[in-house]
Design a protein around this ligand. Structure first.
Ligand code: ATP
Length: 302
């Protein structure tokens, strides 16, 4: 069953069309990345899914219902604009958020303690929200989003403001939810995290889809392999080989983008003329590279 079904939605603000005839669906239990450059229409799309703004046309069905408010208790939503009651105490705020999702008080209290412990916020439980750092408030809001064990999690930039350690913690929690059957839609500009997490992506630009599908298929279809060479000796082959379009040289290690229809064996022969090769590996392009190339291709003026 599709947890989310979006059909031909459009949204304009005045004369500006932010979302153009967007359609996609997400199957239950999928980790889904909604990606795109700044201003692409990601947050606008998420807000329409959450029924915060209404599409000009098109339909959206969430958990089999076209009134998301009726299935609110089964959804966890982390909005882009983080809004917490600054004067409330951390524990009280979480209890309030749990009760909004009709959680039982006793269960909520236990869950709150478990999550505060896990996200290293227990000592802040009786402090006011305004005393927390930005990253801590972000973790707090994340806890409030997942407390009630939603069937569908919608996270608008969940890693924003988090240090690498907390980014890992949040990423692992997202994976745990996914493994327990939760469907997760999230937007991010961190391609490394999207790459590690997503099964499926939707890349939009100027409110339109420019790439969508399963990440592993998209990588295969991208058609190009990069080459990683570890070597000792001269790197003159990097300038001389006709197989190379561009490269990032890290000294004894270089990542190479090949020209169209390149012959990687020819590159290997070129490299062996000046250097001793320790590793020669064909690798799939990164999501970062796919993102950049696809967005650039759809904006030829840039
Ligand atoms: P970012 O990655 O920068 O957060 P985004 O993909 O989430 O971007 P949106 O916030 O959806 O982008 O914005 C898409 C476009 O719609 C932008 O050009 C933005 O200026 C415009 N827009 C969004 N909300 C409004 C609004 N309430 N009024 C007018 N224009 C808006």
């Amino acid at each position: 069953m599709s947890t989310l079904l979006v059909e031909n939605i459009n949204k304009s603000f005045g004369n500006f069309q932010a979302v153009k005839d967007l359609s996609f669906s997400i199957e239950e239990g999928t980790m889904f990345g909604l990606l795109g450059p700044n201003g692409a229409g990601k947050t606008t799309t998420i807000r329409m899914i959450m029924d915060i703004i209404i599409p000009d046309s098109g339909t959206i069905s969430v958990l089999g219902n076209n009134k998301p408010r009726e299935v609110n208790d089964f959804i966890g939503y982390l909005p882009e604009e983080r809004g917490l009651y600054r004067k409330m105490k951390v524990g009280e705020l979480l209890l309030f958020m749990a009760e909004l999702k009709t959680m039982k008080r006793k269960e909520a209290k236990k869950e709150i303690n478990d999550w505060l412990e896990r996200l290293d916020l227990m000592e802040w439980k009786n402090k006011k929200v305004e005393e927390l750092s930005k990253g801590m408030q972000q973790k707090l809001q994340f806890i409030g989003t997942i407390l009630h064990k939603p069937k569908l999690l919608i996270l608008d930039e969940p890693f924003m403001g988090l240090d690498p350690i907390n980014t890992d913690i949040v990423r692992n929690i997202m994976l745990e939810f996914k493994n327990n059957g939760t469907t997760i839609i999230f937007s991010t500009h961190l391609m490394e995290n999207a790459e590690k997490l997503c099964e499926q992506i939707l890349l939009i630009d100027h409110g339109e889809i420019i790439l969508s599908g399963k990440l592993k298929d998209l990588k295969k279809d991208f058609g190009k392999m990069n080459v990683i060479i570890e070597f000792e000796g001269e790197d003159s082959f990097l300038k001389e080989s006709k197989q190379i379009k561009s490269y990032d040289n890290f000294g004894n290690y270089v990542e190479i983008k090949l020209v169209e229809n390149a012959d990687s064996q020819e590159l290997l022969r070129d490299a062996m003329k000046s250097a001793e090769i320790r590793k020669f590996e064909l690798v799939q392009p990164s999501l970062h590279e796919i993102f950049v190339e696809t967005v650039q291709k759809s904006n030829p003026a840039n």
